[in-house]
Design a protein around this ligand. Structure first.
Ligand code: NDP
Ligand code: 8X3
Length: 252
């Protein structure tokens, strides 16, 4: 049985991944800020899939909370085989000159610094055992930019650079690193981006069938279950109606 730590498991990709991995040979460490959602996911997995689940409740932007959470792991849970760096968000969609500094800081602190904080703590655990797999959830916004996307795109470009760097730095320790870059995908993502405006969030997916969290969970399960000598470095996944950030076939 492997142990997978998933950041941002309270909704969307993180939750779907926890449920997908629980159907295979994984015990799960699930993390996020909304404790009640972590508790109900833990219960669901224990009842449906009979797997062990440990909750770590922290804000990934807070270095002290991240360090304390990892340090609090009981010995049997310290043997983390898989880290899924998934927690992240877009907030706001403005031209650069109208950007809201607080929004920028939230994205930078979560999508870049949060990933660094947790990876800094978990990678040494993997190095001790010369084994492990880090899966980074990037975005098509990590290799392309779109109007108004500026800072979110910059954070996902950082994830793209970090994924390649991690692969190189961890190479001699036998640790796999995979970046998965989804396109349009319906989760709480757009509701967060538009600050609770569900109508606006819905319009993001108008006239097309987007990806769903389960599609990416399936991709994560796939990369995690390749033979030991195979590493999928990089995987871009979009809905069939989306060629890239600009070419989208909406049937309106
Ligand atoms: P959701 O909003 O559904 O999920 C985001 C998750 O991140 C939640 O579990 C949330 O938990 C967690 N999170 C956010 N901020 C923090 C924080 N400060 N500390 C701890 N956890 C945090 O969105 P998705 O599932 O779509 O997003 C997951 C990842 O996928 C993100 O990195 C996103 O950038 C990426 N992505 C999403 C796409 C999309 O279109 N949906 C496309 C491409 C990539 P909580 O609020 O409980 O803390
Ligand atoms: C989310 C996908 O196209 O909104 O990362 O940037 S997109």
């Amino acid at each position: 049985m492997r142990i997978a730590l998933i950041t941002g498991a309270t909704s969307g990709i993180g939750k779907a991944t926890a449920l997908r991995l629980a159907q295979d040979n994984f015990n799960l460490i699930i993390t996020g800020r909304r404790l009640e959602l972590l508790e109900s996911l833990k219960k669901e997995i224990e009842v449906k899939y009979k797997k062990d689940v440990l909750i770590l409740h922290f804000d990934i932007r807070n270095l002290d909370e991240v360090n304390k959470a990892i340090d609090s792991l009981p010995e049997r849970w310290r043997k983390i085989d898989v880290l899924v760096n998934n927690a992240g968000l877009a907030i706001g969609l403005n031209h650069i000159q109208d950007g809201i500094v607080e929004d920028w800081e939230r994205m930078i602190d979560t999508n870049i610094k949060g990933v660094l904080y947790i990876t800094r703590r978990v990678a040494p655990i993997m190095i001790e055992r010369e084994s492990g797999h880090i899966v980074n959830i990037g975005s098509i916004a990590g290799t392309q930019v779109y109007e108004n996307g500026n800072v979110y795109c910059a954070t996902k470009h950082a994830m793209h650079a970090l994924s390649q760097s991690m692969r190189q730095d961890l190479l001699k320790h036998n640790i796999k690193v995979t970046e998965i870059r989804p396109g349009l995908l319906e989760t709480e993502f757009s509701i967060v981006r538009f600050k609770g405006d569900t109508e606006k969030a819905k319009s993001t997916y108008a006239g097309l069938t987007p990806l769903f969290a389960e599609d990416i969970a399936e991709a994560i399960h796939f990369v995690l279950t390749r033979p030991p000598h195979v590493c999928i470095n990089d995987l871009e996944v979009t809905p069939v109606a989306q060629a890239n950030a600009y070419y989208i076939n909406r049937k309106l």
